[in-house]
Every structure is written in structure tokens, then in C-alpha cells.
Design a protein around this ligand. Structure first.
Ligand code: B12
Length: 422
């Protein structure tokens, strides 16, 4: 089947992101023999026009749109799906090819985003296998019943999504990326080694995207892929796993194998501040880790407990210090204004963050409320959101008594420190 695969993300917030999710699906569909072209709208001055001309050139039989961001997750609340709607509308105006949605942002709101964007289908969660099943059924005209995680325009029963064994899924080959951009010293190439998170933080949407069970790619397969990327000239990797250090044993094996392969790669990763010790940090540094994002979120144990975090502020501080000892830059996060927060806890968290001497800190006021989370349940009970709000348009939990004061306090703190971003 002729498929036009579009990455609809046009944001460069934080950093430019390469559409690894879409390209992973593209690699799988090509490996199955489909004729797939892709279009990345990041940087396009007129995304709708870019989509229209790609359709005119290729005449696809199906259009796959990857939806990464719904909003900017900041309490100023930019609703990014509006731009994606413009692209979906333009695609619809150009012909009869059905539109299939997928992606991290889409997966959090499978029915609401499908309805808002007016697409034909959506696949929640990982796309490789379910998308191929959908293509096969559409090609043969077979029934779409039973396609895992498939949503349709008319709300109806959805077959449970499947969670693949990652060992069986293809990793985008170096040529896919070479097609995407010139390997250069400034590019950060994303790489995913694991999916799934069992941690269940009160506000987190990861389970809707990746499921709760951790599934990892075999270490030799990761090293082989990274070896081919290094040979193609790529120098920097962004491990986009939610928690690079979990499970600890896997992270340690991976770091040791990477160090042994001696690929000369520099990499960044996201670390959950638990189960991180000297041995692991030393192995990370030896394997090329240059920066870790540490989501400690608060400096107060009672707030961490309310977020269902499984670490204490002291433990996170010890880990941040260990990273510094091994020359790894530390980026930290403070998520203020959630359940239980008071002026006193905010002040303690700011002092705590200061004491960590981070290379960079991101501060936010208010926590984005995602469906099916403990935070959403609490926000409903407290009347912060209405019972029928589908949460597609960003809603935030912010202790009402702190509204206004918190935003000012955070801005003030950031204004005085060049490495703090509010
Ligand atoms: C790593 C990461 C980052 C890194 C990116 C590093 C990099 N170089 O890529 C950093 C920290 C920089 C970052 C920044 C931001 N991020 Co971020 N990020 C993630 C994270 C943890 C992983 C994304 C990823 O790469 N996954 C790996 C790929 C392989 O998976 P995937 O994209 O989901 O693709 C799979 C499926 O979705 C599906 N699929 C994908 N496309 C398609 C298309 C079709 C048709 C089909 C059928 C299937 C399909 O198949 C793929 C393979 O299985 C996710 C959370 C998560 N667990 O997904 C948040 C996430 C995507 N980020 C999010 C946000 C909000 C942001 C920021 C806006 C935050 C900010 N204010 O700074 C910025 C935006 C950056 C930008 N320019 O767009 C949100 C988006 C939801 C929302 N509210 O909009 C997420 C979901 C986190 C969350 N809150 O739950 N992010």
C-alpha cells in the first residue's frame, strides 16, 4: 500500500525532536513491503501546504499522522493540537485517503483526539505491529474487528492493545536516519531501549502510551544498532527511555557493553532517582553519558509521597551529587503546586534545588492532569475539573491558594539564576 507518513509536530520547545516514533513505524511498514514516504513538518513554514503538495506528488492510499504533543504541558497552556487539526483538515481536503493517527500524545487521548482531528482511525500505543495489521486488513478488505488498540471514528468496542516483545521489533536502520538528516556533531539522535513503566506516579501518562510492564531490547541488539549509527557518522544519542536506570541490571549491562564497544558516542538520558549507585554512575560515565535529566520534582518528602514517588529528597540529592562526581551534567525538574503544596513546601523545594548546584533546572507551576491518573481522580473529587472533562484541552492541578503567588515566586527565582528556566 502507498502510505504517506506525516510527523505533525512543529515544536522546537526544549530541543528539536526527531520523529523517532513515526520513523520506527515507517521502518516496520517498509520492511513489510509497503511503499512509504515520510514528511516531517518541523520547520515547515506552512505545514498545511507541505502536506498538500506531498499528497499531490505521491497520491497515497493512506495517510498516517504521528501526534507527539497535545500541548506544551506548561500552565500557560498552549494547545498544540490545533495546528495538527489544520494539517489533518488539509489532508482530508486533498482526497479520499483514510487518515490513521498514532503517537505518544495521541495515545493518551485515543477517542477524544480522533474526534477532534476528524481522522478515520487511531492506534493507541506502539505502532509497529498494529499498524501493519491495519494495512493488511485495509488492503484485503478484511474486517477491522480485533486490530489491537484500534479506535474508529464511531466510538465502539476496542480490542485490547498488544505489547510486543521488543526483541522482535525492527530498530530503524542507519539509512533511515541518514535519509532524515546529515549525521553531524550537533545532532542528537534519539534511541529507545525500553518501553513500559510500572512506577505509577500520580500524574503520569506513560502507562497510556507504553503500558506498565518494562520490556527491553536485548543489549547486543542495542549495541549493534548504535555501532551502525556510529559508523554512519552519528556522534550523539538521546536515550528517550522514561527511566534509563530501571531496571538497574539492564542499565548496567548496557553501559558495560557500550563502553566495551568503544563507539565514541556521547549520550544523554532520563534518570529516575532511585536504584542509582556509584557502580552504575561510573559505568554510565565510562559508556559516554554526558548529561542526565533527573526528575526529582520536589524537595519535600511529603509532596513526593503525594506524587507516589518512590524516593526521598535526600536520596535524589545523593544521586545528583554522584552524577557530578563523575562529570555528568545534571538537569533537574521542580513540579510545584500539586496536592499538598503550600508556600512553605515551595520555599523548601526552591532551597533544595539551589543546594544541588545543578547545571540546569526547569520549574513549573501546576501539574498537567492526564486521564486515568490518581491526580485526575483527586482533581474531580475536589471540583478542579468537571466529571465529564476529557482533558484533551490542557487542565492543571494547582492548589487554589497558591495561584498567582506560585507563578510569581517561580519567575522571580528563575530571573535571579541564569541556569533556572521557569
Ligand atoms: C524523550 C521525551 C522527550 C525528550 C525528547 C528527546 C529527543 N531528542 O527526542 C525531551 C526531554 C527533549 C522532551 C521534550 C518535550 N516533551 Co517529551 N517526551 C519524551 C518521552 C519520554 C519519550 C518520547 C519518545 O521518543 N518515545 C520513543 C518513540 C519510539 O515512541 P513514540 O514516539 O511514542 O512512538 C511509538 C508510538 O507512539 C507509535 N506511533 C508513533 N507515531 C505513530 C504514527 C502512527 C500513524 C501510528 C499508527 C503509531 C505511531 O509507534 C511508535 C513505536 O512504537 C515521552 C513520554 C513517552 N513515554 O512517550 C514524552 C512526551 C512525548 N513529551 C511530552 C511533552 C509535553 C514534551 C514538551 C512539550 C515538554 C516541554 N514543555 O519542554 C517538549 C516538546 C519537545 C518538542 N520539541 O517537541 C508529552 C506529550 C503529551 C502532551 N501533553 O502533549 C509526553 C507524552 C510526556 C507526557 N507528559 O506524557 N520530551
Amino acid at each position: 500500500m502507498k502510505v504517506l507518513a506525516i510527523s505533525a509536530n512543529t515544536e522546537t520547545i526544549n530541543m528539536m525532536t526527531v520523529p523517532i516514533g513515526l520513523m520506527t513505524v515507517v521502518a516496520a511498514a517498509r520492511a513489510a513491503g509497503h511503499d512509504v514516504r515520510w514528511l516531517d513538518l518541523c520547520g515547515a513554514s506552512k505545514p498545511e501546504d507541505a502536506a498538500i503538495s506531498a499528497i499531490a506528488r505521491f497520491s497515497p492510499e493512506l495517510i498516517a499522522i504521528s501526534v507527539r504533543n497535545i500541548d506544551d504541558q506548561a500552565s500557560r497552556g498552549r494547545f498544540l493540537l490545533e495546528k495538527v487539526k489544520g494539517v489533518a483538515d488539509a489532508c482530508r481536503s486533498e482526497g479520499r485517503a483514510p487518515i490513521v493517527l498514532g503517537g505518544a500524545g495521541y495515545s493518551i487521548f485515543p477517542q477524544a483526539a480522533l474526534a477532534y482531528l476528524g481522522a478515520d482511525y487511531g492506534i493507541q500505543g506502539e505502532g509497529e505491529q498494529a499498524f501493519l495489521t491495519l494495512l493488511e486488513r485495509l488492503t484485503t478488505g478484511a474486517s477491522l474487528d480485533g486490530v489491537p488498540g484500534l479506535y474508529r471514528r464511531e466510538p465502539g468496542p476496542v480490542t485490547a492493545r498488544a505489547f510486543a516483545n521488543l526483541a522482535a521489533l525492527p530498530i530503524p536502520p542507519a539509512e533511515t536516519w541518514a535519509e532524515y538528516f546529515d549525521p553531524g556533531p550537533s545532532q542528537w539522535l534519539p534511541f529507545q531501549t525500553r518501553r513500559g513503566c510500572p512506577l505509577d506516579c500520580s500524574y503520569c501518562s506513560t502507562a497510556a502510551i507504553e503500558g506498565r510492564q518494562i520490556r527491553s531490547r536485548p543489549v547486543p541488539a542495542v549495541v549493534a544498532a548504535l555501532t551502525s549509527y556510529a559508523a554512519a557518522g552519528f556522534k550523539q544519542i538521546y536515550f528517550c527511555d522514561n527511566t534509563f536506570n530501571l531496571p538497574r541490571g539492564y542499565a548496567l549491562d548496557l553501559c558495560r557493553a557500550l563502553a566495551a564497544a568503544n563507539l565514541g558516542l556521547r549520550w544523554r538520558a532520563i534518570v529516575y532517582p532511585r536504584h542509582v549507585d556509584e557502580e552504575l554512575v561510573a559505568a554510565m560515565a565510562a559508556a559516554g553519558c554526558v548529561e542526565a535529566s533527573v526528575g526529582f520534582e520536589s524537595g519535600c518528602d511529603e509532596i513526593l509521597a503525594a506524587m507516589h514517588k518512590r524516593f526521598t529528597a535526600a536520596e535524589a540529592a545523593r544521586i545528583v551529587a554522584l552524577l557530578a562526581d563523575h562529570g555528568i551534567k545534571r538537569m533537574g525538574f521542580l513540579l510545584c503546586g500539586g496536592p499538598g503544596e503550600t508556600r512553605a513546601t515551595v520555599k523548601r523545594s526552591l532551597a533544595y534545588a539551589e543546594s544541588l548546584h545543578l547545571d540546569m533546572l526547569r520549574l513549573s507551576a501546576g501539574i498537567r492532569i492526564y486521564p486515568h491518573t490518581a491526580l485526575a481522580k483527586l482533581a474531580r473529587q475536589e471540583g478542579i475539573i468537571s466529571p465529564d472533562d476529557d482533558l484533551l484541552r490542557p487542565r492543571f492541578y494547582l492548589v487554589p491558594a497558591l495561584d498567582g503567588w506560585l507563578q510569581d515566586r517561580i519567575k522571580q527565582a528563575a530571573a535571579a539564576r541564569p541556569t533556572w528556566i521557569a
